[in-house]
Structure formats: C-alpha cells, structure tokens
Design a binder for this molecule. Structure first.
Ligand code: IMP
Length: 196
C-alpha cells in the first residue's frame, strides 16, 4: 500500500522511511510528488495540526496519508515552545534562532532544565483516523553541541545519555526518538489492519 507522508521536512522524511523500511508500505514524500504545499499550522494542539496537514494532502491525492506534528515542551517555560516549536523565534526563524531564543529564556532558571520532545503520529485515509503519541524525556543544555539531526537536537540531551541528539548517529536517534516511538506504534497498528 502506498502512503504519502505529509511533511516537507527532509529530516523527518528520512526517519519515517527508515522506520517503515521493513514493511510493504511504500512511503512517498511530498518532495517525490513534486508538491511543495505548506499547510498553515493554526491548531492549538499537536493532534489538530497533524490532522490539518494530513487532510490538506488527502484532499489533493485521495490516497492514505500519514503526518506528524511534533515539538519541544520545556517544563520551566510552561510547556513552550510546544505547538509553535518550528516558528518559535518568528515565521522565518532558523533552527539556530529558535535554539538561541530558548537558551536566552532559560538563562535565569536553575538547572536541570527538564524537557521532552512530543510526536503525534496520524494516519488518515478519508475514513479512518488513527493517532498515537511518542515522547522522549531529557534536559536542555545551555550551549549547542553537535551537527547531526535538526531543530533543537543540538541543545537536547536525552535521559540516560551524555551527548545531545545532534551528537548521536542517525540510527541511534531513530531508535529512541519521540517520532520513532509514535511511528513504531502507528506501524504496528497499520500492519495489523492492512497487513503491511
Ligand atoms: P512540525 O514540523 O510542525 O512538527 O514542527 C516540528 C518542530 O519541532 C521542528 O521544526 C523542530 O523545531 C521541533 N522538532 C520536532 N522534532 C524534532 C527533533 O527530532 N529534533 C529537534 N527538533 C524537533
């Protein structure tokens, strides 16, 4: 079965293709479809935003779609950046701008700065809407370290580790990440239902 992954984020595309590589589901990215649709994330929750993305793509192709909405939730910042993680320092913010904004907001708080990554993975085929969540707990450190991954990876150390996610290998990140957990669960559900 073909499933379109409703994301323009090449980092995520690589992760999801890897997770589904041992199934017969064929994950197709928007990039491969030559589609650069950019859905406005106006929802107040990860679930609302994931559905906005999936529905917009489903309405175009009428094919099964998976999507994800994810973000960083920092305890001392009352859960921010949360659903606005991608544009925390502004609409055109780079990953670095967002990291620096988080670090400047945390500078007067005592360490450890407890945080978690959250991923809401969603499947929609016009009839069925399936949603599952994954989390990765850790702490924010006050400087950027490493060059792998994307987004807030250089300032996030997962529980039980000494390196940031940006210092881990692609395989290691994809074993422990919030998205790995949510999409592994989704993969199991889809395999059970559609024998992938
Ligand atoms: P989304 O594409 O709307 O789900 O936005 C996700 C945003 O959350 C990204 O742009 C990053 O800022 C952040 N984020 C989500 N997952 C990760 C991750 O695995 N590493 C680092 N940052 C992430």
């Amino acid at each position: 079965m073909k499933i379109i992954f409703a994301s323009q984020n090449q980092g995520k595309v690589k992760e999801i293709k890897d997770i589904f590589s041992d199934t017969s589901f064929e994950i197709i990215s928007l990039y491969e479809l030559g589609n650069n649709i950019d859905v406005e994330e106006t929802g107040k929750t990860f679930s609302e935003n994931a559905f906005l993305k999936a529905k917009a793509v489903y309405d175009i192709y009428k094919e099964p779609v998976i999507s994800d909405d994810s973000g960083l939730v920092i305890e001392q910042l009352d859960g921010r950046p949360g659903v606005i993680s991608a544009r925390y320092a502004g609409e055109k913010a780079t990953y670095r701008d967002n990291n620096l904004k988080v670090l400047s907001e945390l500078k007067d708080f005592p360490e450890p700065h407890k945080a978690k990554f959250v991923s809401l993975a969603l499947f929609f085929d016009g009839k069925n809407r399936i949603e599952v969540e994954g989390e990765l707990q850790g702490i924010i450190i006050m400087e950027e370290r490493g060059s792998g991954g994307f987004g807030y990876d250089p300032i996030f150390i997962p529980g039980g580790y000494e390196q940031t996610i940006a210092q881990l290998s692609f395989e290691e990140k994809n074993r422990i990440s919030h998205r790995a957990k949510s999409f592994q669960k989704l993969k199991e559900i889809l395999t059970g239902r559609f024998s992938g």
